[in-house]
Design a protein. Structure first.
Length: 108
């Protein structure tokens, strides 16, 4: 929710900046040349940045999902996929402690 608020404020700031700068500019990239207002160029650059960031986020989520990683939204992949290993390690530590206590004469 907080992220959406900050994104909305950022988008509003970009829109205010773009609408306040209506001068014509020429954008050159390699062999392409485009003449447009600063508002259109700014909004197009913002949309392109959002799309690229969204695509990068989607690729990282898909890679994590294919590996079965945590944070995919599934309860099976919520970071507890190795809980059995932790339980086994805790059981082994408990047995070692119990043996030490027996050797010290604490437990009969």
């Amino acid at each position: 929710m907080l992220l959406m608020f900050f994104l909305s404020v950022l988008l509003l700031a970009v829109a205010v900046f773009a609408l306040g700068n209506a001068q014509a500019v020429t954008v050159r990239f390699l062999y392409w040349q485009l003449q447009s207002s600063v508002a259109v160029v700014t909004l197009a650059a913002t949309v392109a940045g959002v799309l690229i960031a969204g695509l990068a986020w989607l690729v990282s989520r898909l890679r994590r999902w294919r590996r079965g990683g945590a944070g995919t939204g599934s309860p099976l992949h919520s970071g507890h996929r190795h809980m059995g290993d932790g339980v086994r390690a805790a059981d082994e530590a408990h047995l070692v402690l119990r043996e030490k206590q027996k050797s010290w004469g604490i437990w009969a």
